[in-house]
Design a protein around this ligand. Structure first.
Ligand code: CTP
Length: 319
């Protein structure tokens, strides 16, 4: 197949053309979307110049030992110790080794998913990626329940599980972990300081209750490499969000990538309010200029890729 060398240039033009006020006026054609295999292959190839998701998805056991000290990626002056538990839970081979899937779903956490009835659609994919241990049980009609890989920022333990202050919260957290049976639990433990204890609590529970998850701890170079790829394509993101990290990595393992729950705006295209998360009361202030992320810019980028058929963004209902 012929690769269109202007495709990515067009992407950056498209993204910048939309301007900073781009919000709810977005129109994503969904009926006439067709997969652009050529562009998708080109993107995969270009991303591989910056990172190898199969490798960078996790540090492996052979490369570290208990007691080693690591400088946080974003807080270079602070360090974290490789504990015995962390060492025990480092994978010996990449959890994504030789994995190739035809259709993958990446589920972001926007309230746009509520009343979408997208659950069965999402679950019909060959590989389902979710973010930050977002709950599924109570929302399965809209978000589905299958999970092959789920991320867990250490801050989730505090935000969603009250820092495990009581027996009840510990049980809830344990139950959430146990519900992941067989999937990859991706913990960015070395990104920013402040989460060491929370990671340790999670790891202790996993070991104590022999929870059936495959833990992964992203490499120290992953975030800079992902940011580098997007910067090179003129997409000036600050720190990539979990959602964008997942898309960037998924290009390596997935043929067709479908995104759900990506909508960093307080109103939907019809002007109705949209919750920041489908499952809690976190507000949009969180996406203000003090946030490390540039979610609307990321969204514009993903929309441009949607229009070119490299990925499919689902922002409407699925019935
Ligand atoms: N997301 C979105 N619109 C929202 C909320 C989330 O597009 N209103 C996407 C983002 O790509 C985000 C992902 O869904 O990274 C997962 O959401 P969340 O758990 O809220 O991630 P954050 O904690 O906000 O950001 P991160 O984990 O990337 O620091």
């Amino acid at each position: 197949a012929q690769v269109d060398p202007t495709a990515l240039t067009r992407l950056s033009k498209d993204v910048n053309h939309l301007g900073p006020s781009y919000n709810t006026t977005v129109k994503l054609s969904s009926n006439n979307w067709t997969f652009n295999k050529t562009l998708s292959n080109l993107i995969r190839k270009n991303i591989l110049r910056f990172l190898d998701p199969e490798r960078d998805i996790s540090i492996l056991k052979g490369t570290l030992k208990p007691g080693d000290i690591i400088h946080y990626v974003f807080d270079r002056h602070s360090t974290i110790n490789i504990s015995e538990n962390l060492y025990r839970l480092l994978p010996t081979v990449s959890p994504m080794k030789n994995q190739h899937h035809r259709r993958c779903a990446i589920v972001g956490n926007s309230g746009i998913l509520l009343n979408s009835s997208c659950g069965p659609d999402i679950d019909s994919h060959d590989f389902v990626i979710r973010c930050n241990l977002a709950p599924v049980e109570e929302y399965f009609q809209d978000v589905g329940w299958r999970t092959n890989l789920v991320t867990m920022n250490p801050s989730v333990v505090q935000r969603a599980f009250q820092d495990l202050v009581s027996e009840e919260w510990r049980d809830r957290f344990l139950q959430r972990l146990q519900s992941l049976s067989g999937s990859v639990l991706w913990i960015p433990a070395f990104m920013a300081k402040g989460g060491e204890e929370r990671v340790e609590w999670a790891l202790r529970l996993i070991l104590l209750h022999t929870v059936d998850v495959r833990t992964a701890f992203p490499s120290l170079r992953l975030l800079h490499a992902v940011r580098g790829y997007w910067l090179t394509n003129n997409v000036h993101i600050k720190r990539p969000t979990t959602g964008l990290l997942m898309y960037t990595m998924a290009t390596r393992f997935c043929e067709e990538i479908h995104l759900y729950g990506f909508w960093p705006f307080p109103l939907d295209p019809q002007g109705r309010s949209v919750k920041y998360h489908y499952y809690d009361t976190l507000k949009y202030e969180y996406t203000s200029s003090s946030s490390p992320h540039t979610m609307p810019l990321e969204f514009r980028t993903l929309s441009a890729l949607h229009r070119q058929g490299a990925l499919r963004l689902h922002t409407g209902t699925c019935d």
